[in-house]
Design a protein around this ligand. Structure first.
Ligand code: FES
Length: 181
């Protein structure tokens, strides 16, 4: 199964101006909060942001407000976390975010070739989204799997190794099909 935001999450990303924590998200956040002492609720901020991003498609200002309010942090402190780590998308992305590692070890094993291949196939550059909203292309730092170069990450969760042209085309076809479901 592909690691994609749900179609609903993508619709949310494209349209919704507001976001309210769902009961399901609250339940998942509560579980994270349970891992820390009661006076350390802020320790769950990263997990909370990831949960909301999965649900909403991106970390919008409303997501930041909701997380801050629910776990009892200042919104600016939550925003600092969201903007520090590149797995959080603080602007809307396509249904599938394709991150390509461009650090040196990957570059030495066709990482640049993989990135150029994707740019050509999708007709977009890094930090752009295809007009149909299916793909966003991002440049990533080392993913700690240099021996598997070229390495990619789909929606921050699914690691793809040894991405030659054939595997890239297969991945794009799989994700395009998933986007139609
Ligand atoms: S340089 Fe690409 S995974 Fe390490």
């Amino acid at each position: 199964m592909s690691a994609g935001h749900s179609p609903q999450a993508f619709a949310n990303a494209a349209q919704a101006k507001t976001y309210r924590l769902s009961d399901a998200a609250k339940k998942r956040i509560d579980k994270e909060l349970g891992k820390y002492p009661a006076d350390q609720r802020q320790s769950a901020v990263m997990a909370s942001l990831a949960i909301c991003q999965d649900e909403h498609g991106w970390v919008s200002p409303c997501v930041i407000e909701e997380v801050a309010s629910y776990i009892g942090m200042a919104p600016i402190a939550v925003q600092e976390v969201a903007t520090f780590y590149n797995m959080y998308d603080t602007s809307p992305v396509g249904r599938f975010k394709l991150g390509v590692c461009t650090n040196l070890p990957c570059q030495l094993r066709d990482g640049k070739k993989a990135a150029e291949f994707l740019k050509t196939r999708l007709g977009i550059d890094f930090n752009e989204t295809t007009p149909d909203g299916v793909f966003t292309l991002k440049e990533l730092e080392c993913l700690g799997a240099c021996g598997d170069a070229p390495v990619m990450l789909v929606n921050n969760k699914r690691m793809c190794s040894f991405m030659d042209a054939q595997k890239l085309d297969a991945l794009l076809a799989e994700l395009r099909a998933a986007a139609k479901e």
